[in-house]
Design a protein around this ligand. Structure first.
Ligand SMILES: [Zn+2]
Length: 333
């Protein structure tokens, strides 16, 4: 059985691909623009071309038994039973497209598809934060990952597998309702008060801007349009208003961790995305807020709340990891 997997991270703007071994190490990588406006078939061809390139760079060939399987992390809503993408907002014309089958034909490899946020979570579980400093004999399970970006993406690994849920919609953590009732801000998903309107990187920037507009004195006034990074930078520098706003964001993330802990009892919650680069300052506050507010039935210190480790490679490692996991179970398509 070959020990190499092709991992593909499909985004609305770029495709990233890499050859990953069965221990989650990246042997080669590459990227190409996503020809999204040219339609499904053009995107599949671009993925296949890039897959061939990264295989060659690792001294391997597609479809000749040197690569066990391919995994594709894709945006959008997935029909896991049929390996189809039901819709993807960033990819025009992608309505119920048979991505797994088409890529399998073009690559000459068994191919599994996974939601991109789920794939990244599996990557961290398999080869990133879950592996720890050394080589954890068994990764922390369950593990939840939240990616703090434009919105809040989520992925859950439980029992060594990505949790899909009954309708393929598990782990939509960004749409946990944090502020119920009519006071909650309206979300594009149709609900009100969703987490991502309060604790994504975009939301943190908006909260910073609103705070500046109150007229209170703050060093954030020097930023024309404060970003989440500005907010956390100014907070770390001691600006009182920035600390207040950043603490509010950390509290919202802590409440989210408590809710996730009550439902799943995870061993690890991982935060990824640009905002997680705020580092110890942010993580210390989330952990403290978690400890202050969580129940007293069990120790609050057993759950690890940590930053992601794989950075830009999370998508390709995760997609390859999902292909590895499915092949381990012997259920490759
Ligand atoms: Zn929502």
């Amino acid at each position: 059985m070959p020990k190499h997997y092709l991992g593909i991270d499909l985004g609305g703007t770029n495709i990233k691909a890499g050859i990953v071994d069965d221990a989650g190490r990246v042997l080669s990588r590459g990227s190409a623009p996503t020809p999204g406006k040219d339609g499904f078939e053009a995107v599949c061809s671009a993925i296949a071309r890039l897959g061939g390139e990264v295989a060659q760079r690792a001294g391997l060939t597609l479809g000749h038994g040197s690569i066990a399987a391919a995994g594709v992390g894709t945006p959008g809503l997935i029909d896991f039973d049929h390996g189809a993408v039901l819709n993807a907002p960033n990819l025009p014309g992608w309505t119920d497209v048979p991505l797994a089958k088409r890529m399998s034909d073009l690559l000459g490899l068994p191919t599994v598809i996974e939601n991109d946020a789920n794939a990244a979570a599996f990557g961290e579980y398999w080869a990133g934060a879950g592996r720890g400093d050394g080589h954890n004999a068994s990764p922390p399970d369950p593990l939840v990952m939240l990616t703090l970006g434009t919105g809040v993406g989520g992925g859950i690994v439980i029992g060594g597998r990505v949790l899909h849920g009954g309708f393929g919609l598990a782990a939509e953590v960004g749409h946990l309702i944090l502020h119920p009732g009519n006071d909650g801000l309206p979300c594009g998903c149709g609900q009100r008060g969703c987490l991502e309107l309060y604790a994504s990187a975009n939301a943190a920037a908006r909260r910073a801007k609103e705070a500046v507009q109150t007229g209170r004195p703050t060093s954030l006034r020097s930023c024309t349009e404060p970003t989440a990074k500005d907010l956390f930078d100014h907070a770390q520098a001691g600006d009182v208003l920035a600390v207040e706003v950043a603490q509010g964001v950390c509290n919202d993330l802590a409440w989210t961790c408590i809710t996730l802990a009550r439902v799943l009892d995870p061993k690890m919650i991982v935060f990824a995305g640009g905002m997680a680069l705020a580092g110890d300052w942010m993580f210390d506050r989330i952990r403290r807020s978690f400890r202050e507010r969580t129940w007293r039935i069990a120790s609050a210190d057993t759950l690890a709340i940590v930053p992601a480790r794989l950075g830009n490679d999370a998508g390709i490692i995760g997609a390859a990891g999902v292909a590895w996991e499915v092949s381990q179970r012997g259920v490759l398509p």
